[in-house]
Design a protein around this ligand. Structure first.
Ligand code: HEC
Length: 486
């Protein structure tokens, strides 16, 4: 890359934040949207014909029908099902985790709740015709059988391969961005994490860890972030591994709905990584290409330092899911199709949001990672200007705060050491880095005087600022001298 094409590429960097956020939005379905697209939320009419019969036929009549029914009763007519519901044992048993009906485990909460609402509404026998098709389709959603890869046999090396500061380009829903980076480093003996930090709009993290899931020692991923007050985390499980002469391919699918709902694919070839994701809006469409990142491993020292701390990678359990994943909070209202945990609220912190969403792993339970709260005192001339907040391995400025340039712009090899690069709005003065790798960084806050979205002549910076982040710490830092004119 020559200095000339630095311009469009760094522009991409700035626009990435916004577009990334928008793309994330379309990947997830906040509860309000689900309610719209599925008029069959439990709040409206529940009837035997539309709702209860399909469930009973799916889950009960294998045993409670025929000439010798189990428990000596059948559930084959409206009268049968109504009688057992009115008498109470049916509601009791379908909600009894110790002694459930069906015997092999509780049905999704959404379905169980339909029985209660059906009783409350007075046992409607024949429902209105217009919603039958849609509701059937949802009620009959049965998650596929996911077969996790046994990493004692193959696939364990994914953790090893994932290490690196991946610098490259990204295509998001058909639009290409020339510069993007993910900094993947170990955070425990069998857990590795990387993050994109977009600024006030939101962020996106992915971590891979060894786990026990569905009776298999395997690798799972935790992927998600915050976007405009929406907390989302999705869990994926490794279900395919393939090798060629000089490449390795790994597929991770939604840990509940499998590849029909969403999946990510990683292909490693030499020092390159191709990382793509397909999403289906939780099953409302067939999975479609969502993002494709293509990058090259740079600055391997960042990950290998962390690896030494833990003896990474070890085949030991990082997060234990041997008892399965909990039901998500939204499964109370909507049929669960995905191992995704969502909560929407602007006034809650990440720990609270995680609890409300019923996310099994919350930010305070992630090992090793830290937080850094940054306060920026704006000088008069930087009032009303956007701020780029850059954390990089190498300093982008000299001691006095001037950009280290070549042909007028920050040197490309320095810019490539950028690890996190959120952008703050024109009125903002603080930012909280979360999910932050411990280590040494240079922090450069840039007042974007000409609003071109990247560091360029005329922008205002501050004297060189080094930060050392200790593991599991919460640190604060104030930038006072934002007055160095480039
Ligand atoms: C795999 C077979 C099987 C399936 C599937 C099954 N049941 Fe049962 N059910 C039984 C057996 C066996 C009994 C009797 C032993 C017991 O109570 O556990 C029973 C008992 C019951 C009872 C207790 C009746 C009483 O008098 O206490 C209820 C209520 C019930 N089932 C409802 C259901 C419903 C509703 C479904 C579907 C959502 C269902 N069962 C699915 C096998 C099954």
């Amino acid at each position: 890359m020559s200095a000339l094409c630095l311009l469009p590429s760094t522009q991409g960097l700035q626009r990435t934040a916004l577009v990334f956020a928008m793309a994330m939005l379309s990947a997830l379905v906040p509860c309000s949207a689900l309610a719209q697209s599925n008029p069959s939320a439990v709040t409206d009419e529940v009837s035997y014909s539309n709702d209860i019969r399909p469930i009973v036929n799916n889950f009960c009549t294998t045993c409670h029908a025929g000439r010798n029914p189990q428990g000596e009763f059948v559930l084959t007519s409206y009268q049968d099902v109504r009688k057992h519901t009115e008498q109470g044992q049916l509601l009791e048993r379908i909600n009894d985790a110790e002694n459930p009906m069906p015997e092999n485990g509780l049905m999704p909460q959404y379905m169980r709740r339909l029985f209660r609402v059906w009783a409350e509404q007075g046992y409607i026998e024949q429902g209105s015709a217009k919603r039958v098709g849609e509701r059937r389709q949802m009620l009959e959603y049965t998650p596929p059988k996911i077969e996790p890869v046994n990493i004692n046999r193959q696939g364990f090396e994914l953790l090893e391969y994932m290490q690196g500061h991946w610098v490259g380009s990204m295509t998001l829903m058909g639009t290409k961005y020339d510069w993007m980076a993910f900094d993947f480093r170990p955070i425990a003996a069998s857990h590795i994490h990387g993050l994109f930090e977009g600024g006030t709009i939101g962020n996106l993290f992915t971590s891979f860890f060894v786990t026990e899931f569905r009776g298999q020692r395997t690798i799972m991923a935790r992927n998600g972030g915050m976007l405009n007050g929406i907390y989302r985390t999705s869990y994926f499980v490794l279900d395919q591994v393939r090798y060629g002469r000089d490449w390795g391919y790994y597929r991770l699918v939604d840990a509940y709905g499998g590849a029909d709902i969403m999946y990510m694919e990683l292909t490693f070839r030499g020092d390159t990584l191709q990382f793509s994701a397909h999403t289906s809006r939780f099953g409302l469409t067939a999975p479609k290409p969502h993002m494709l990142f293509e990058g090259r491993r740079k600055h391997p020292g960042l990950a290998s330092q962390a690896a030494e701390v833990f003896g990474f990678p070890k085949n030991v359990i990082g997060i234990d899911f041997s008892k399965g994943l909990p039901e998500s909070a939204w499964a109370e209202e909507f049929p669960q199709t995905s191992a995704t945990y969502i909560w929407e609220a602007n006034d809650k912190n990440l720990i609270e949001l995680g609890k409300l969403a019923k996310d099994p792993v919350r930010i305070d339970q992630m090992p090793y990672l830290s937080q850094l709260a940054i306060q920026i005192q704006r000088s008069p001339s930087t009032q009303g200007k956007k701020l780029q907040v850059y954390l990089s391995r190498d300093s982008l400025v000299d001691r006095s705060g001037k950009f280290i340039t070549q042909y007028g712009y920050i040197r490309e090899d320095l810019l490539d050491t950028l690890l996190l690069f959120p952008e703050l709005g024109a009125q903002e003065t603080e930012f909280n880095f979360t999910y932050l790798h411990p280590g040494e960084y240079y922090l450069t806050v840039i007042a974007d005087m000409d609003a071109d979205g990247f560091p360029s002549p005329g922008d205002i910076t501050h004297p060189q600022q080094k930060v050392t982040i200790r593991p599991k710490s919460k640190q604060r830092l104030t930038i006072r001298n934002l007055n160095v004119q480039n």
